[in-house]
Ligand binder design. Structure first.
Ligand SMILES: C[S@@+](CC[C@H](N)C(=O)[O-])C[C@H]1O[C@@H](n2cnc3c(N)ncnc32)[C@H](O)[C@@H]1O
Length: 364
């Protein structure tokens, strides 16, 4: 049975629409059939989208520099949603060069297929470091070190809401005449944590990511001390709820084409929502974290000296290649400004090098 049929049957059996978060969960993570659980190539030129570590090794090298500032030999790294495994390889490679390797590099990945792919790539690139890399199924206890999540929050199932006259309701997913359709719930949506725009016009659509907030809280519980680096596309609350963003932030990616229709290519296309970094930061503070910095990806990478990698490259054709990659990572028209870095710290007070040139924490 196709994943689309499975989802339709789930809705029919419930005799009511399912929340969009439940739909997104099934579409992305249903065992063996969801987008991230099934075997197709997702990342890179051959896939559906290109992430920063797939764009350039320099992305991982800069993250490694930030890790090196605070890691000691007893600390670990924990990467969530490690994708193809390329970011882990870049970070480990650069930390090796800086003589700052972590005790263990843990990976927590929900997709069995991606875990397999990650093992293959890390073993191919850095076989000598394989014994430091450990795949986990649950959060480690008493973690000390650096937690990294690049483009993970945006892949967590979010709720979609629509403004009725006086309140928001969930925009659920129903099944009508054999087709998946948007279907608003009747009851008002009561938000536990997220703030919603008060003056939104009737019909205004937005998303809230309660699961991402629960995840941030669970990170705090699991950590003894250290740093969390969250990199993703998103923005602060003012921009997230801008009146002109009335269609929300939901995006689907299929073979490098973006659309806003999650009901086509079910299980074969990526579904994402942008991150409301103000919500994440509020949750983090409520849990007990300190906000250690917030900047655009461009300024974070520049603060960490991404251009130094260019200046030490002597091979002219490699320099041209690196310059192109840096442009892709830092130009506002590419990934530079739409992607942000939010750093959270627990029991660790340090002025992070990644926010030397810019810290927009006051904008959250
Ligand atoms: C858009 S991909 C990003 C992959 C990779 N970080 C990169 O930058 O190339 C999202 C990844 O997050 C994973 N993921 C989503 N929710 C997760 C969770 N709660 N815990 C761990 N991984 C998760 C997905 O399986 C997938 O590997």
């Amino acid at each position: 049975m196709s994943l689309e049929e499975i989802i339709k049957n789930t809705i029919i059996q419930k005799s009511e629409p399912i929340g969009f978060d439940e739909f997104m969960d099934l579409a992305l993570y249903y065992p063996a059939k969801g987008y991230y659980s099934a075997g197709a190539q997702k990342f890179g030129e051959q896939g559906d989208f290109v992430t920063a570590p797939e764009t350039s090794d320099l992305f991982g090298y800069c993250l490694a520099r930030q890790c090196a500032q605070i890691l000691n030999s007893k600390n670990d790294i924990l990467e969530f949603g490690a994708g193809s495994g390329v970011l882990a390889s870049q970070i480990l490679f650069e930390l090796g060069r800086l003589d700052k390797l972590p005790n263990k590099y843990y990976i927590l990945e929900v997709s069995a297929e991606l875990k397999h792919r990650q093992k293959e790539i890390i073993n191919k690139v850095l076989p000598e470091l394989m014994d430091r890399v450990v795949w986990l199924d649950t959060l480690p206890r008493n973690f000390s070190g650096v937690v990294i999540a690049n483009e993970v929050l945006d892949a967590m199932p979010a709720k979609r809401l629509i403004k009725k006259k006086n309140h928001f309701v969930e925009l659920g997913v129903g099944c009508k005449d054999g087709q998946l359709v948007w279907q608003p719930f009747q009851r008002p949506y009561v938000s536990q944590k997220a703030l919603l725009p008060k003056d939104a016009a009737t019909g205004y659509v937005t998303e809230v990511n309660a699961r991402a907030m629960a995840w941030v809280n669970s990170l705090f519980e699991t950590m003894n001390q250290g740093l969390v680096l969250l990199v993703d596309y998103g923005m602060g609350r003012d921009e997230y709820f801008h009146p002109q963003r009335g269609e929300g932030t939901l995006r689907c990616y299929y073979q490098h084409k973006a659309s806003d229709d999650p009901f086509v290519h079910v299980g074969q296309q990526d579904i994402t929502t942008s991150v409301n970094f103000s919500d994440v930061a509020d949750q983090a503070k409520n849990s007990g974290f300190t906000i250690a910095g917030y900047a655009t990806q461009a300024m974070f990478l520049i603060s960490l000296g991404i251009d130094e990698y260019l200046s030490v490259e002597t091979d002219e054709s490699k320099r041209i290649g690196l310059a192109q990659q840096i442009k892709q990572l830092v130009l506002p028209s590419a990934m530079g400004e739409s992607f942000k870095v939010l750093a959270l710290s627990k029991n660790r007070q340090v002025k992070l090098n990644g926010f030397k040139e810019q810290d927009l924490t006051h904008k959250l």
